[in-house]
Write a protein that binds this ligand. Structure first.
Ligand code: 9G3
Length: 578
């Protein structure tokens, strides 16, 4: 492709709201342009990358036995009313009416649509399992889209849905997708990790997120240095601490103290001159409308996902002031476990605490030297807090490591949540009607392009892996005005293209410096420089964008040399399954 032919508007300026590297570089390299908040157009250079990502995904999904379909972006409200999600989602679900005044949404995901297809087409177990996938535009009306295409409102997703006759089959489908995802992200050139994740509002029993290591990532992951345990922070488990022998003679008498206006852990810690780890936080929640008190050590944080899952609640909210006063007799900030009129659950972090400080359930008062057992008892202990540095691995006791990542994939064991709601059944071997067992599997196609840049760039611009690069080679004549140089460059360009390489020919009438800077910004893996000095000796310079290595190659060997480099960089797509 000739540079002068392309719509390739590189730019130095970036808008102030471009906060992360990939957003800035995708704008500067002329890959995307913003149409509206959270809505982007892909220009030629960017779309070439998208097509590469899609090709890798299709190859691996097809290899895993999935079949590609294409479902509508526009979805009738009726299906979402059947699944119960029409009411469940708020403004994030973009809804509208057509000319007949019928209600629709722009699909943020396609569980309902694909389950509708399958309930109409599947009658017996002999037709199962099936795994259907698509690469389709999704719309989620995020309240604050940011980071360019990393968190846009409209985005391209590969979403797959597996249907099995039973849970055993569903496990196999999940495992096949898990392996396909590992191959996809390996071929994208990522450093990534699959972490146990919560299933969130989608329901289902289990899920894994695939996180690309990146300090700019919005997701926090926890992993063990010693074993294979890895989880996103919301899900990371904490082992129950060893019960320490308590010396009851050491228990001091409970004592109320006047703490006027002293509410937060920091204030109590300062006022009473005690460490946060010697204070107990009592948080009052409303779980599906029922009030519950949750206790945690003062220097720890409650994990509300864990509390919600532990209680099996659909909705978990902080209780309102009047609710707090009615179960404790005190306002927020002076709340404690003594005499509380609601169930009391506690995080493991309270175990082994002695003579600790609590809210006295009396305005402007706390209590010192409170002790479990003697002063109050807890209905249940559970793992309810957020993991932090220093915690041990719940599987092997090893040291937990913390890192940030970008979620590029998410696989879910869905179970029968949608097939039950929509009556998608089949007749099993014994002629009994059963609900199909589902799994669903997403990959953020547009997000992969951004994540690849986050993980691979430098101060000069993008560094594309050969597998995702929009072009494999850029041919850069240092001076198009020099006939010898421009003709030789043209020759090489044609030769490389006819060898099957993807080549960008920088035929602009620009100074060499400008061309070199743009080649680095665009991140093309190999740059062939055609300059007078080397040309006089019948040679050209081949430079690697990733390593900076430079090879001086004879003209007639350039194509073969470059083919070898490309082959080495691109592990054969058909590498045998491991
Ligand atoms: C909605 C809206 C936003 C949503 C959803 C529904 C996320 C929703 C979860 C999933 C689960 C999987 C298939 C591919 C892989 C992910 N945000 N999710 O269901 F109505 Cl507005 O999408 N779906």
């Amino acid at each position: 492709m000739r540079y002068t032919h392309m719509l390739l508007p590189t730019t130095k300026e970036v808008p102030s709201d471009a906060e992360i590297t990939s957003h800035r570089l995708m704008l500067r390299a002329g890959m995307i342009r913003k149409l509206a908040g959270g809505i982007y157009s892909w220009l030629p250079l960017g779309y070439r990358v998208i097509k590469k990502i899609e090709a890798i995904i299709r190859e691996e999904m097809d290899r895993a036995g999935a079949q590609e379909i294409f479902m509508p972006a526009v979805q009738p409200a009726e299906l979402w009313k059947e699944s119960g999600r029409w009411e469940q989602y708020g403004k994030e679900l973009l809804r509208f009416r057509d000319r007949h005044n019928r209600e629709y949404c722009i699909g943020p995901t396609h569980e309902e649509v694909v389950t509708d297809i399958m309930r109409n087409e599947i009658q017996t177990y002999r037709q199962l399992p099936k795994n259907l996938y698509q690469i389709q535009t999704k719309f989620r009306d995020e309240v604050r889209p940011r980071f360019g295409v990393m968190r846009s409102r409209e985005f391209s997703m590969k979403d797959a849905y597996s249907f099995d006759a039973d849970n055993e089959g569903a496990e196999k489908s999940y495992a096949a997708m898990f392996e396909a995802y590992e191959r996809i992200f390996r071929r994208c050139g990522f450093t990534f990790r699959a972490v146990e994740a919560d299933t969130g509002s989608i329901g289902g029993s289990f899920s894994h997120e695939f996180l690309v290591n990146a300090d700019s990532g919005e997701d926090a992951m926890v992993y063990c240095a010693a074993c294979s345990y890895a989880a996103n922070l919301e899900k990371a488990e904490i082992a129950e601490p060893e019960e320490e022998q308590r010396d009851d003679d050491a228990l001091l008498p409970l004592e109320e103290v006047h703490t006027p206006g002293v509410r937060t852990i920091e204030e109590v810690s300062g006022f009473l001159d005690v460490k946060p780890r010697d204070i107990v936080k009592t948080l009052i929640y409303s779980a599906d409308g029922k009030t519950v008190a949750v206790l945690v050590r003062g220097d720890e944080e409650i994990n509300e996902i864990k509390v919600k899952n532990f209680l099996g609640a659909d909705v978990l909210e902080m209780a309102m002031d009047d609710e707090i006063r009615s179960v404790t007799g005190a306002p927020r900030g002076f709340v404690g476990p003594l005499g509380i009129k609601c169930p009391l659950i506690s995080d493991y972090s309270l175990k082994n605490m002695v003579n600790f400080v609590i809210g006295a359930n009396r305005e402007d008062y706390h209590a010192k030297n409170c002790n479990l057992g003697r002063d109050f008892s807890v209905d249940t202990f559970a793992d309810l807090r957020i993991a932090r540095e220093g915690d041990c691995c719940p599987r092997c006791g090893g040291d937990l490591q913390f890192a940030r990542g970008i979620e590029v994939g998410h696989v879910f064991k869905l179970g029968t949540k949608y097939t039950k709601a929509m009556n998608a059944t089949f007749l099993d071997r014994d002629g009994k009607e059963k609900f199909m067992v589902m799994g669903c599997y997403g990959i953020g196609v547009s997000r992969i392009a951004a994540a690849a840049i986050e993980q691979s760039h430098d101060e000069n611009g993008i560094i594309w892996s050969m597998s995702l690069a929009p072009f494999q080679v850029i041919v850069t004549p240092v001076n198009m005005g020099d006939k010898d140089i421009s003709e030789k460059a043209e020759e090489i360009y044609r030769e490389l293209e006819s060898a099957g390489l993807e080549v960008l020919f920088d035929d602009r009438d620009e100074r060499a410096g400008v061309k070199f800077k743009d080649a680095d910004l665009l991140g093309i893996p190999l740059r062939v420089t055609v300059g007078a000095k080397q040309l006089a000796e019948g040679r050209v310079e081949v430079k690697s964008r990733k390593t900076g290595d430079v090879a001086i190659v004879a003209l007639e060997e350039a194509a073969a040399f470059i083919m070898k480099v490309v082959e080495k960089e691109m592990p054969a797509a058909m590498e045998p399954p491991r």
